[in-house]
Ligand binder design. Structure first.
Ligand code: NZQ
Ligand code: ZN
Length: 390
C-alpha cells in the first residue's frame, strides 16, 4: 500500500541535442556574477566549456572560475569553493560536468551563507539549512549520465583525510533550478565511466525496488526503467555513439533518482552505504564500487525478500518459472543480473578495484548501517559481504 507523501520537484529540464540554446534565457533570471564549477579538463577537451563561456559572455555575466572539481569531490575542495564564492559575492552557480560537479555545487550553494561548521551540520548531522538561510541558485549542464544529481538534492562529499564518504539529501531548495541534458555531451565520457554510470542508474532503481512486498505503482515504473536500461546499455556498450541508446540512458538516469520512485514506499540504500565506503578507500568510480558488492548483498537479501526477487526475475529478466521453485526462479534472476554485468564489463569484486583484506575493517567502519530493505545489517554482516566480494 502506498504511504502518505507530498511530491514536488522544482527542477526545470531541457533535454536534447539543442538544449544548450535555453541557457541564455535561463541566465536572465539570475544576478551578474556566476561561479562556474567544472572538473579536471574534459569540458575543455570536448569544447563544451567554450560553448558555455561564449553564452555567459554574451549574457554579460562575470565569470568566476572554479576548475578542478574532482570525481568524488573532497571536503578540502568544498572549503575552497565556499571561500571563492564568498570572496567574489557570486549570485548563482553553474555546474558544468557530471554528478560530482553537481553534488559539489549543491554543497557550495548550501554552505556559502552558513556561519557555522557546514560540514558538521549538513553532512555529519544530516540537517537542512534553516528556513531563513540564503542559498545560492544552481544551474546544471550535465555531461555524464548516472547519479540523477541533475534533478535531486543529493550531495556526496568525501573527507579524504578520514576516508569517510557521506551524502546528504538536501531539500528542494538545493535542487538545481534548471538542468540542461544533452545526450551528445555524454558521448565523450570514457568507456569505464559510462559503464559505472549505467550500473549506478540500475542500483538506484534497486535501492528503491528491493523493499517490502506491497503492490505499488513505483515498482511497475522501476521494472520499466530497468528493462529500458538493459536494452540501451547493451546498445551503448556495442556502439557508444548510438544517440538513441545514450539519450535513453540519460533520461533513465534522471528518473531513477529524481524523487519520484521513492514516493510512498520504503527504501534500502545499503549497497550505496557499503559502496561509498569502498569508494573512500579505493577511489574507484562510484558505480563500480556498487557493482563490486552487489552480488554478495543481493544473494543475502534474496532469502528474506524472496517474493520480490521472484517478481524481479520474471518481470525484468523474463525468467520462465515453469518447473522451478521460488528459490530457483529468484536465483535465475540474480544469475541473469550477473551475466548482464559481465556482458557490459562491470567489476564483480572489490579486489578488482584495489581493495585488500587489510582494508576490510576500515571499509566496515566507514559504512553507515541501518535496518533497510529486507535486512538489518550490522557491521559484522558488512564485513562478511566485503569478504565475499573479494
Ligand atoms: O573531471 P572531468 O574532467 O569532468 O572528468 C569526469 C570524471 O573524470 C569524466 N567526465 C564527465 N563527463 C565527461 C567526462 N569525460 C569526458 N566527457 C564527458 N562528457 O567522468 C569522470 C567521472 O565524473 P563524475 O562526475 O565523478 O561521475 P558521476 O556522474 O558518476 O558522479 C559521481 C559522484 O556522484 C555521487 C557519487 O558518490 C560520486 O561522488 N553520487 C551522487 C548522487 C546524488 N546526487 O544523488 C547519488 C549517487 O548515488 C552518488 O552517490
Ligand atoms: Zn549511486
Amino acid at each position: 500500500m502506498l504511504g502518505n507523501f507530498s511530491y514536488h520537484n522544482p527542477t526545470k529540464l531541457y533535454f536534447g541535442d539543442e538544449s544548450l540554446n535555453y541557457l541564455k534565457d535561463e541566465l536572465k533570471n539570475y544576478g551578474p556574477v556566476v561561479l562556474l564549477n567544472y572538473g579536471s579538463g574534459s569540458v575543455k577537451k570536448n569544447g563544451i566549456y567554450d560553448e558555455v563561456v561564449a553564452i555567459l559572455k554574451e549574457a554579460g555575466k562575470t565569470i568566476v572560475e572554479n576548475p578542478g572539481v574532482m570525481s568524488n569531490p573532497t571536503l578540502e575542495k568544498l572549503h575552497e569553493g565556499v571561500k571563492i564564492a564568498r570572496e567574489h559575492h557570486v549570485d548563482m552557480i553553474l555546474s558544468l560536468g557530471g554528478g560530482s560537479v553537481c553534488d559539489y555545487s549543491k554543497g557550495v550553494a548550501a554552505s556559502v551563507f552558513y556561519d557555522g561548521d557546514y560540514w558538521d551540520r549538513f553532512w555529519l548531522q544530516g540537517k537542512h539549512p534553516d528556513a531563513g538561510q540564503r542559498i545560492l541558485p544552481i544551474g546544471c549542464i550535465l555531461t555524464m549520465a548516472g547519479t540523477g544529481s541533475e534533478m535531486n538534492g543529493g550531495s556526496v562529499i568525501t573527507d579524504a583525510e578520514h576516508k569517510f564518504k557521506v551524502g546528504h539529501v538536501f531539500d528542494a531548495r538545493l535542487m538545481p533550478k534548471f538542468s540542461i541534458l544533452n545526450p551528445k555531451y555524454t558521448m565523450t565520457v570514457p568507456d569505464e565511466q559510462m559503464k559505472a554510470g549505467i550500473y549506478d542508474i540500475m542500483n538506484h532503481i534497486f535501492e528503491q525496488y528491493f523493499s517490502d512486498f506491497d503492490d505499488n505503482t513505483s515498482d511497475y515504473l522501476s521494472e520499466g526503467l530497468m528493462r529500458s536500461l538493459i536494452v540501451s546499455s547493451r546498445a551503448a556498450v556495442k556502439n557508444p555513439q548510438d544517440y538513441e541508446a545514450r539519450s535513453n540512458i540519460m533520461w533513465t538516469a534522471t528518473w531513477a533518482l529524481n524523487t519520484l520512485l521513492k514516493c510512498g514506499k520504503t527504501q534500502d540504500w545499503m549497497v550505496h552505504m557499503i559502496g561509498h565506503s569502498v569508494g573512500a578507500w579505493t577511489h574507484a568510480p562510484h558505480g563500480f564500487c556498487l557493482a563490486a558488492v552487489s552480488m554478495a548483498y543481493y544473494k543475502r537479501a534474496m532469502k528474506p525478500g524472496l517474493a520480490k526477487f521472484v517478481r524481479f526475475a520474471k518481470n525484468v529478466w523474463n525468467v520462465c518459472p515453469d518447473g522451478k521453485t521460488d528459490e530457483q526462479i529468484a536465483e535465475a534472476g540474480l544469475e541473469a543480473l550477473k551475466n548482464w554485468m559481465l556482458e557490459i564489463g562491470l567489476p564483480l569484486t572489490i579486489s578488482e578495484l584495489g581493495a585488500t583484506e587489510e582494508m576490510i575493517p576500515g571499509i566496515t567502519q566507514g559504512t553507515i548501517c541501518y535496518p533497510a530493505g529486507y535486512m538489518d545489517l550490522k557491521p559484522a554482516d558488512v564485513t562478511e559481504i566485503l569478504k565475499e566480494s573479494m
